[in-house]
Design a protein. Structure first.
Length: 311
């Protein structure tokens, strides 16, 4: 995507890298050396969401943050050339990891939809996973009796209205910069979040992600999400860190309780004054917790050298 990043370089000072997946250009950043940490964003964010972790960890670790197809600086194809469903997201991430030859010492950092996508990848190659970090996300179906929040229900189910609101008026990525945080984001940060989603065509993924939320067995992504739900406990022996914003109107206390049940050994830090964008509201407090977690759970495996790729 030909997005002028110059207004945001002071916030996102990372080298852009590219990998072709199914004829589409996938953007990612790959900073530092050492144990690889793979950061997977959700909707409607992009790798920009992880900028504080990228900058704060690259002195000791190799930090990779991907932009899903349709998001951030990656290509934004139409429905005629790309399936905006969970299975495609998972295979895309697997393709990138295989391309980078990251070896058997993976650490995943997951937010929002990144939880389901990244956990599916982790379960498919569980022998390569050394740690997992979770930031207001899920890798299971909605807890029993848990309805979809009304705002998401409208976007998911009222297709003509959703198209006008999300693709026409940018009601999703635009409002998220205010509703997903407790603190007021600076204007340049809000603008950077919205920048990749500046037109009807460039907002396709922000709508398709919501429409792909699996709620019923007949939904396209339900079977894969159910498989992840059924198998996530296989990660219970993997060191896990959970950093949770308590004022998240989607991933609320019920989702955190589910994580505690699925991963009882996880280290949990709650932030009462943080929302869904927990790294925005509590990033300064979270970075040292992440560094401590990584140091307390070293991975005794061979770390591959970076394979240089074209930028």
């Amino acid at each position: 995507m030909s997005l002028d990043l110059s207004p945001y370089r002071h916030l996102y000072p990372f080298e852009s890298r590219w990998f072709t997946i199914g004829g589409h250009q996938c953007h990612y950043v790959d900073e530092g050396q050492g144990e690889p940490i793979v950061l997977v964003h959700g909707n409607p964010t992009w790798s920009f969401y992880f900028r504080s972790l990228i900058a704060g960890l690259r002195d000791r670790y190799r930090v990779i943050a991907v932009d899903h197809i349709g998001c951030g600086l990656s290509d934004k194809p139409g429905d005629d050339t790309y399936d905006y469903v969970l299975e495609r997201r998972v295979t895309d991430l697997e393709a990138l990891l295989d391309h980078l030859q990251l070896g058997t010492s993976l650490t995943f950092g997951l937010h929002d939809w990144g939880g389901m996508i990244g956990t599916a990848v982790a379960l498919r190659r569980i022998d390569r996973v050394g740690r997992i970090m979770l930031f207001n996300t899920a890798a299971f179906l909605s807890p029993p009796g848990k309805p979809l929040p009304k705002r998401l229900w409208i976007i998911r189910n009222l297709t003509p209205l959703a198209a006008v609101l999300v693709r026409g008026l940018n009601a999703f990525s635009g409002l998220a910069t205010r509703m997903a945080c407790v603190k007021r984001l600076p204007s340049d940060v809000r603008a950077a979040y919205r920048a990749p989603y500046d037109s009807w065509s460039n907002r396709i993924a922000t709508l398709r992600f919501v429409q792909d939320i699996p709620m019923r067995p007949t939904d396209p992504s339900f079977a894969l999400a159910k498989w992840v739900d059924d198998n996530v406990e296989r990660l219970r022996d993997v060191p896990a860190l959970i950093c949770w914003g308590d004022r998240d109107f989607v991933f609320d206390a019920d989702f955190l309780a589910e994580w505690r049940d699925r991963l009882p050994g996880a280290t949990v830090h709650r932030f009462p004054d943080a929302g869904h964008y927990v790294l925005e509201d509590a990033g300064d407090a979270i970075l040292p917790l992440v560094r401590r977690f990584l140091e307390q759970h070293p991975i005794e495996r061979t770390i591959p050298a970076r394979m240089e790729t074209a930028s």
